[in-house]
Every structure is written in C-alpha cells, then in structure tokens.
Design a protein. Structure first.
Length: 136
C-alpha cells in the first residue's frame, strides 16, 4: 500500500473519531435537555442512540465510498467513480430511511430524538471543517 493511501485512511479515521465524539457530545446535551424537561424515557434514549449511530455510520460509509471512488478516478475510470458515489449515496439513504420508517412504524423509539442527531450532522461536519482549518 502506498504511503499516501495509508495517510489518507489515517486522516479519515481521525476525522471519524472527531465526528463521533462531537455526535456523542451533542447526544449527551440532547439527553440533558430531555431530562430537564422531564421527558427522558427509554424510547428517547433508544431514539437518540439509533439516530447517532445512523449518523456516524453514514459518515463512515461516505468516507469509504469517497476513497473507493478516488481510487477508481485515479486509475482513470472516472465514469465508474461517479457511479460508485451515486450508488453509495443511494444505498446509504435507503438504509437510513428503512431504519427510520421501521422505528417510527413500530414505535420502538422517539422519532424526534432519532432525527435530531441526523439533522445535526451537517452542522457537525461544518464544525469539523472549521477546526481542521484552524489546525492547518
């Protein structure tokens, strides 16, 4: 394996750890707010955990898809790289939708608590970018 590939993977793992920690910190804050409002239940805990897990899984699968597509583009197969990104995105969204619909339909968990970590994803990614620019 080339040194750049190893360093790319290490960088992605580092960013995934940072993202996961930020997601867990936000989850703790969310649970704290629910507790202050006397609304913290088992369904809220499960919903928050499912939402955060989906957000972290989505982030990691995105990184894997981008690495795979970059390798394909680097090898000269740009069309395949574009398909890889498209299929990866479609499968990730279908997976998240299936989990969200199942949890909502069978009332396994609080839907709002499940959606909050997913909705915070974009903000957390932006925050991660901001801090990465500050470091570099």
């Amino acid at each position: 394996m080339e040194p750049t590939k190893t360093s790319d993977k290490q960088q992605i793992l580092r960013e995934l750890r940072i993202y996961a920690l930020m997601q867990l910190a936000c989850l703790g804050l969310m649970f704290g707010v629910y507790a202050l409002l006397h609304r913290l239940t088992g369904k809220v805990l499960l919903g928050g955990a499912v939402g955060a897990a989906l957000a972290i899984l989505n982030y990691s699968l995105t990184a894997v898809g981008v690495l795979r597509a970059a390798d394909q583009a680097e090898a000269g197969d740009v069309a395949r790289a574009k398909r890889t990104i498209t299929v990866s995105m479609l499968l990730r969204y279908l997976l998240m939708l299936a989990v969200l619909v199942a949890c909502a339909k069978f009332k396994w968990c609080d839907v709002i608590a499940m959606l909050i970590p997913l909705l915070l994803s974009r903000l957390l990614i932006f925050a991660g970018e901001y801090f990465r620019r500050k470091e570099g």
